[in-house]
Each structure stands twice: as structure tokens, then as C-alpha cells.
Design a protein around this ligand. Structure first.
Ligand code: FES
Length: 160
């Protein structure tokens, strides 16, 4: 990634794209969603503050772990507007997501553990399947297409 000299305090969309690795279209999308902001020059060109680089990195990292854009926007709204966010501001933001990330990791672990059963099953039961209903309480205890009653074998050995 190209370095941007320290003396440059505002970036064009092309510079921001090149430095952050995000496509220009993605940056426009982030701006439309209120995740980043810019000012307009007299020639109606966008200029982004240097701290936007960190915002974009934060957005991309959060998206990579599956955090919804609305949640990302809420988190970014906690950053101070009157000054450039400090390392402590960013650290506080990341720490606040630890619980959410822990929960996502737990859900993914449960999906991984039950995936083999689901591949052979295919029912996608809303009652018991961890793929279709990841928070299902029964998913913690057992995998399977449904809760089957315990059968008593018929006296002659055949199942009823
Ligand atoms: S497909 Fe997941 S339990 Fe049937």
C-alpha cells in the first residue's frame, strides 16, 4: 500500500482507496451508510480526513467477522466528533465488541460441531436444527431432525 506523507491531512477518494485497499465504490457505499464522511471542495470533490483510514480499516475488519453495518455505525457514532480519535478511543470501541465476538465464536463452534449431522439430514427444522435456528435450546443438547419420542420395541422385536 502506498504511504501518504504525514503533512497531508486530507485524502482524495483515490488516495483513500489506494491506502486502505477498499474500492472507491465501497468507500462511496460506506459514506452513503454514514460510516465515513467527507467534505466537498469548491470543485465538488470529496476530501477525507486522515483518520478516515482507521475508520475504513475498522469497518472492513468488522465486516470480515460478520458484524452488521448498523452495528458498526452505532459503534463509530461513539467516537468523538470534535477531535481525531485516539488509540484509547479505538481500543475502547474494540473492547466493547468482545462480548459480541465471543458469542459469534460460540455460535460458529456449535454450527461446526453439528454440521456433519446436518449435511446428512437436510431437514432444516426450526425446532431442532442449529443451521436454521442457531439459538435453539435443543441444539445445545442434541442434533437431529426432530425430537423423537423414545420407542418401545414391539414384543416380537419389530419396531412399532
Ligand atoms: S438439517 Fe440440521 S438437524 Fe436436520
Amino acid at each position: 500500500m502506498p504511504q501518504i506523507p504525514e503533512k497531508i491531512h486530507e485524502l482524495t477518494v483515490g488516495q483513500l482507496s489506494a491506502r486502505s485497499g477498499a474500492a472507491v465504490s465501497a468507500l462511496h457505499f460506506y459514506e452513503a451508510k454514514g460510516l465515513i464522511s467527507s467534505r466537498r471542495t469548491t470543485g465538488n470533490q470529496r476530501r477525507y480526513g486522515r483518520d478516515t483510514l482507521r475508520r475504513v480499516a475498522f469497518v472492513r475488519a468488522a465486516q470480515r467477522v460478520g458484524i452488521p453495518l448498523a452495528t458498526i455505525r452505532q459503534a463509530l457514532a461513539q467516537l468523538p466528533e470534535e477531535r481525531t480519535p485516539t488509540n484509547e478511543d479505538w481500543a475502547r470501541l474494540s473492547a466493547a465488541w468482545r462480548t459480541e465476538l465471543d458469542e459469534r465464536i460460540k455460535q460458529l463452534g456449535r454450527l461446526r460441531d453439528h454440521l456433519t449431522d446436518c449435511i446428512g439430514c437436510g431437514c432444516l427444522s426450526l425446532e431442532t436444527c442449529v443451521l436454521s435456528n442457531p439459538d435453539d435450546a435443543f441444539g445445545e443438547r442434541m442434533a437431529g431432525s426432530r425430537l423423537l419420542p423414545v420407542r418401545n420395541p414391539a414384543p416380537d422385536g419389530d419396531e412399532a
